[in-house]
Design a protein around this ligand. Sequence first.
Ligand code: ADP
Length: 538
Amino acid sequence: MNGLMMQQPLLISSQLEFAARFHQSVEIVTRTVEGPIVRTTWSGLAKRVRQLANALSASGIKRGDVVATLAWNTQRHLELYFAVSGLGAVLHTINPRLPPDQLTYIANDAGDVMLCFDTTFLPLAKHLASVQTPIKHFVALTDDAHLPKDFQGLRSYESLLVGQPETFTWPSFDENTASSLCYTSGTVGLPKGVLYSHRSTVLHSYAICMVDALAISGQDVTLPVVPMFHVNAWGVPYAAAMVGSKLVLPGPALDGVSLLDLITTEHVTSALGVPTVWLGLLAAAKTKQVKMSMLQKVTIGGSACPPSMITAFQEEHGARVLHAWGMTELSPLGTANVLLPKHASLSKEERLQVQLKQGRPIFGIDLRLVDDDGKVVPHDGKTSGHLEAKGGWVASAYFKSDDHSHHDGEWFATGDIATIDGDGYMQITDRSKDVIKSGGEWISSIDVEHAAMMHPAIAQAAAVGVPHPRWVERPLLVVVKHKDKEVSKEDLRAFLETKLVKWWLPDAIEFVDALPIGPTGKVLKRQLREKFKDYALP
Ligand code: ADP
């Protein structure tokens, strides 16, 4: 017997219309590419989204078409999120930090027919206009006054909206229809497309709003620093519409001083981003001697969160750190680290050790660990294995690819090495390609890096395996010092001896001015391995 409940497709357009009706006066604030801060509300945004949907339809964009963006976190980008997907077309958010040849590749692979870009990315748009792609329409996300002049056929976004009605009847369709497309950064091989659906996006939105997940809430002023060109800003735009969170969008200004300014003037209570952006913010707050007392929660994911960062946010600014793990193929959220009642009695140091884990799976995601032969290994907090995931917002295949990375027909192999403890807390020890293989045993590069970053003079650290005649690989530690701090290699090594087991100690330490950072804000270990491949270990 079936239940007698209404059948309503889970569609992204319904999130927008809900926000327009029930969170009408809640603000959306943007630092624009042109410079000034602009404000609208969810109801004002919805009017412009409907105008845009009319304009896109008038330009011939129809269901199934792919519309690409090269854009920062701004109001206009948010409008595209809802208008393109709402129409039943597919929003392809391109990461502007990809090299031009990869941009060409993904514009073709995706089949983009329109490109909407911030003027910051004019050179990239010109590149795409000069090579063979299916793109027919180029739109600059600005007004006519700021429209670049030397680009044939280019239209301004604002001119598209002029005269369009503020009403639009959103089509209803199968909730499994594709809604957006995001390519993995291609740290290994060519980028691969992950094609989200309306259903997966709406389910993921519900999930991240859970209090024990990212707790996206109408009580918060939310600042997604994580780019809207990287896994849909971790799904925050959709979830914020559902719960009516005030959104603060940082535009192109992602440096510490600009973020600090936005956080304090807009009273941001919840901010989300990768560790590299928080390094800049914490440094700016220190220099300017500002305590970010309004900030209640900082969600950190994308790479392992260093212990010093958790301590700085929690002890210097009184914000709670929420460490989370996910990936493009998981929409992205897989786990979130929220403490349990039993952790209240732990010492500060013991609690920090729990917070360093990537957290517990959120309902809707299942995780398991397998060995090299695909056999499930114990979840005892000690045994590490290849992390696999499944769930309603996990990719079942890559776009136009037969590389499925799936086992047993259903489990997605994440490429991470992890442990899972008895409470379900998962801890990443490494990405499988970054693990340092020393004499048949594995050294966790993340643990070596964390130990180094506990030293007060060290700002950033990366541990990579360097070929070794006897042990196959041994760790080389590459570190960046804080600008105003000093430490010698000998002293750093002595410090590490108090933190790491002997055979995990790096064989050598190198000081550098900066680490190579990839398109999604992560340290490019591959590039470091390449640079130091002939390194003469002592
Ligand atoms: P890519 O970096 O390949 O573009 P993603 O941005 O989807 O892809 O990154 C996913 C990967 O980032 C995960 O598989 C994991 O290795 C890493 N990652 C994400 N969050 C964390 C975290 N909190 N701690 C450690 N690693 C993380």
